[in-house]
Write a protein that binds this ligand. Structure first.
Ligand code: SF4
Length: 430
């Protein structure tokens, strides 16, 4: 039996791309293994959004060198954002890699498989795994046209290209037939979906189309860009029963001068208004955000503006990162003058503040009944996610994987909730 090993870091788009690569290998008769040493094919799906991620990929690649001298002599493939037009440099740096595959270049991937006499019975893309996850990522638009000054993604993933609505619907219907209950529609900037298609549909049109798929329980989408989120999308999210009350809306900074230097295309005032519009249209919505601290030139006062905005808007989740230079971006020419220790201090301050805000928000759910899609069991407890993407644990002797269960929340922390089954619990099963 031929085995493959796949290692993925980075965003949900990378996870979705890895699912496609895994699906193709399983279609060709390979089985997954969790140890690189046992594998005939090793795939590393890389991320370069921060320097630390890129370093991890380099270290991982170096650690695989010795396997080429072993009896299996595996093929090693590097894909993800580390691979762009820089293939010659990568070949010099990592001569033990057999294929450098640009992100989502499935045609080259299939060509390489054929060159190794590995044939795929199913040749369409996207491939539908035989047993897809209960909750599956579905990329709907790739690339990004925005060129935020700190971000390498547009240089690596190229211009925005949307998949047509009928193709996405067909993919989601096939996933649902094979067991998927929830899909998350993905894009680096998911709100700009459709502008490049002939009839110019938008994300709201796509959500309306998918909402009537029988057997599909939930739809999510991420990541939203504040400058592209329309009132139509907010109203559609509020109206459609399967679209979850959960929005990921990266703010990045609470200071207008820093937002301008980041080329984000909105002001703090516009962002605040957008959050108000979302909260008034979608009751109980959970909003998560992303923040970068220590951007070049960020003063103590400008950082304080970010702290004030976060404490005013009280997000459910804040993903905070310290700025790191990405060579080739506009911000790489700026003076990266916030010392590393100060970046770490700012990061920890926001993390601590957010932990207490999240605890307070989650405590408001005590006694509430949440509908959970049960994903499995961890340490003898069932777990799943609510419509607002809260992680919920509960005990039960019944097997609930894949079912929607009503859970009464009995305890709440900053990262997860616990609860008990209600009498009127199960609403559906696979
Ligand atoms: S919207 Fe900005 S941060 Fe997001 S992928 Fe595009 S350029 Fe990068």
């Amino acid at each position: 039996m031929s085995l493959y090993y796949i290692w993925t870091i980075g965003c949900q788009m990378n996870k979705a791309d890895s699912e496609q690569i895994s699906a193709s290998l399983e279609e060709a008769g390979f089985q997954a293994t969790t140890t690189a040493q046992d594998a005939n094919i090793i795939v590393l799906n890389s991320c370069v959004v921060r320097g630390s991620a890129e370093q991890k990929v380099s270290d991982k690649l170096d650690s695989l060198k010795f396997l080429k001298q072993g009896h299996l002599k595996p093929s090693i493939i590097l894909t993800g954002c580390m691979v762009s037009s820089n293939i010659e440099q990568l070949e010099e740096r990592f001569p033990h890699v057999d294929l450098f595959l640009k992100p989502q270049d499935m045609k080259s991937w299939h060509r390489w498989l054929q060159s190794k006499n590995i044939n795929l019975p199913q040749c369409g893309t996207p491939l539908i795994p035989a047993r897809p996850p209960l909750t599956t990522y579905v990329p709907i638009i790739k690339g990004c046209n925005n060129f935020c000054s700190y971000c390498i993604v547009p240089y690596r993933r190229g211009k925005e290209i949307s998949h047509p609505i009928d193709e996405i619907r067909e993919q989601v219907e096939s996933l649902v037939k094979r067991g998927t209950k929830e899909v998350t529609l993905l894009g680096q900037n998911v709100d700009s979906y459709g502008h490049d298609l002939p009839s110019k549909p938008d994300l709201a049109d796509l959500l309306s189309n998918l909402n009537d798929i029988s057997g599909l329980e939930r739809i999510r989408f991420l990541t939203s860009h504040p400058k592209d989120m329309s009132l139509k999308l907010i109203e559609t999210t509020a109206r459609l029963d399967k679209v979850c009350e959960c929005i990921s809306l990266a703010v990045q900074s609470g200071d207008n001068d820093i937002l301008k230097a980041m080329r984000r295309g909105y002001t703090v005032e516009q962002y605040r208004l957008l959050v108000e519009q979302i909260r008034s249209a979608i009751p109980k919505v959970a909003i998560s955000t992303d923040v970068i601290v220590g951007f070049p030139g960020e003063t103590a006062a400008q950082f304080q503006n970010t702290v004030s905005l976060l404490s005013e808007l009280r997000f459910d989740i804040v993903h905070v990162a310290a700025y790191s230079v990405r060579p080739g971006t506009r911000a790489a020419k700026f003076n990266d003058n916030v010392p590393q220790e100060e970046k770490a201090r700012r990061l920890h301050l926001i993390e601590a503040m957010q932990e207490s805000i999240a605890s307070e928000i989650n405590a408001q759910l005590l006694g509430e009944i949440e509908e959970i899609l049960v994903e499995g069991k961890r340490k003898d407890r069932w777990y799943g996610r609510s419509r607002t993407d809260k992680l919920v644990f509960f005990n039960s002797d019944t097997c609930y994987t894949g079912q929607m269960v009503s859970i009464k929340i009995t305890s709440a922390g900053s990262w997860s909730l616990r609860g008990n089954e209600c009498d009127t619990c199960c609403t559906s099963a696979i």
